[in-house]
Design a protein around this ligand. Structure first.
Ligand code: CAA
Length: 259
């Protein structure tokens, strides 16, 4: 697995993997090669039984300043169609394990879209979110118009997408785009804390619950409720459910094995 543009620690702590974008000079611009590395890494981590939660970060200075503009600048529409670079992004959505984005500094364009494709976002007070593609003569192409609108509502998303203006971490919190704001020096620790909470639970239930929440965006309420109910029943096929309920009755901490 090539990792020239990202750093990967598959076991930063027990059951927790960390992916760090690593193109600091380009403000972690999301080149095609970088996104291929993310895709391949997520595939591997999703299949690794030792991994239960994945953290994706750009480090303390910048999350990502968007897709690589220099790489796209002279492309024709047919180049874009043939390269179909955003298809590599589908793996993020397909990943069954929870992915937490730890965002500090700019999360712009594809950077904002990358964070929003993750399941939760912890931001430092320096985080700035935006979809500035309109300012360079294009528009969001990796989910920005869809995920931002679902996350913060039509009028706020419309303003961001049509003006390209950035919002602060505080505004992002108020709008419901992120889970919380923490001081930059504890961003990694606070994200790990959340990851740890999830990593000690049943990986089977976590996977099914994540799938059910995400299904909200693709179904009517009735369809979503049926889907949820079936996933709920399915948890009863797991040893983890038996262990979880038995441990509750016996007043002890459950030990989940992911089976
Ligand atoms: N692609 C390629 N290179 C980028 C980049 C990007 N998205 N963003 C920044 N860089 C490069 C700059 O060109 C610069 O490189 P050089 O040192 O070689 O000149 C380096 O990173 C540092 O950037 P700046 O000097 O511009 O840093 P700054 O602090 O003055 O400004 C910024 C920071 C406001 C983020 C500014 O860099 C900027 O506006 N970046 C572009 C943001 C943007 O438009 N993103 C959307 C991209 S399109 C997209 O993402 C499509 C999609 O839907 C997926």
């Amino acid at each position: 697995m090539a990792t020239e543009f990202i750093k990967v620690n598959p076991q930063i702590e027990k059951h927790i993997a960390l992916i760090e974008l690593n193109r600091p000079k380009e403000l972690n611009a999301l080149s095609r090669e970088l996104m291929l590395e993310i895709r391949d890494t997520l595939r591997v981590l999703d299949e690794d039984d030792n991994v239960r939660v994945i953290i994706l970060t750009g480090g303390e200075k910048v999350f990502a300043a968007g897709a690589d503009i220099k790489q796209m600048a002279t492309a024709t529409a047919i180049d874009m169609l043939n390269i179909d670079q955003f298809s590599t992004w589908d793996q993020i959505k397909k990943t069954k394990k929870p992915i937490i984005a730890a965002v500090s500094g700019f999360a712009l364009g594809g950077g904002c879209e990358l964070a929003m494709t993750c399941d939760m976002i912890i931001a430092s007070e320096t985080a700035r979110f935006g979809q500035p593609e309109i300012k360079i003569g294009t528009m969001p192409g990796a989910g920005g118009t869809q995920r931002l609108t679902r996350a913060i509502g039509k009028v706020r998303a419309m303003e961001m997408v049509l003006t390209g203006k950035f919002i602060s971490a505080e505004e992002a919190l108020q709008a419901g785009l992120i889970n919380r704001i923490v001081p930059v020096e504890v961003l990694r620790d606070e994200t790990l804390k959340l990851a740890r909470e999830i990593a000690k639970l049943s990986p089977v239930s976590v996977k099914l619950a994540k799938e059910s929440v995400n299904n909200t965006f693709n179904s009517t309420l009735d369809e979503g409720l049926v889907f949820e109910r079936k996933n709920f029943y399915l948890t009863f096929a797991s040893e983890d459910q038996k262990e979880g309920m038995k441990a509750f009755v016996e007043k002890r901490v459950a030990e989940f094995k992911g089976r």
